[in-house]
Design a protein around this ligand. Sequence first.
Ligand code: ZN
Length: 311
Amino acid sequence: METPTLINVGGTSRSGSTLVHLILGNAPDAIACGEVVSWFRPEHTHHFEIDCPCGRRPCPVWNKISTASANQFYSTAFRELGVQYLVDSSKALSWILDTHRWARNSDYAVVDVVVWKNPLDLAYSFWKRGHDLMFWRSQFVKYYGRVQQLRLPVVAINYGDLMQRPRETTASLCAAIGMPDYEGKERFWEGEHHHLFGSLGVRRQVEAGQSVFVSQQNFSDKFATKVDALSDTINADNEVQQLIHFLKSVDVTESSAYRRSEPYRPPHVYPGWYFAQRIKRVYRRYYPATLIHAGRADDIETVPIRPAIKA
Ligand SMILES: [Zn+2]
């Protein structure tokens, strides 16, 4: 049997990582487990309870693995669930670094995928939820800049490409990370999933068992009036353009995108933001944000299907 493989699916908020991780988890020998980081390092009140989209109480998958410690979680899950692939959409780079560290003392491999949206699409995703027109930029530069600085051996997948050519892009992604592909794998909503947290919209598609890929982004009329000026700004932004160049250089369609040579070695000295992310989550364990604090349920990245506001 091949070495079991953990696939981290990262990206900024609103990048489409929940969707991509469910596509990868849509196979008999794989499980998409969602934002595992929020189970072990909770930030919001709903992170303290497992409310699995499979609808069963208790969930037969999480019942076997939820009590493992964080550093033993993936080894436990591979052993208890007997799958070849675990797909994680935690996104937090501090967690992704930790998964590489834990894997070095275990018998599974780690593969990193990052999902990204074209800046205009990302801008729209945030803007329509009430953020500033340029809110996307700090998210984009911070996340993908750190990925590049860490020299993580990532495969990048562009969300727009996936929407326009779901079958071909899924096949390219599977080929790039060495995972078996099959016709229909992209229709994640046809499978049963056990992922924690993540995009509410995507979860509703899973629960409804139906969806479609929207091949063309339709901007609202109000946003459409801003597109020309915003495009000019994006095109003139060297830092953003450099990151787009980087992401395209490791795109799933690039034959050299991924070389599973040797395990990634995390940096000897972790960057300051690693500790900041860890400390923030320790604080949040004791003072978790509620969905009310975080804004409307639809506005935040990690939401349960039934917004459970616990006391
Ligand atoms: Zn479940």
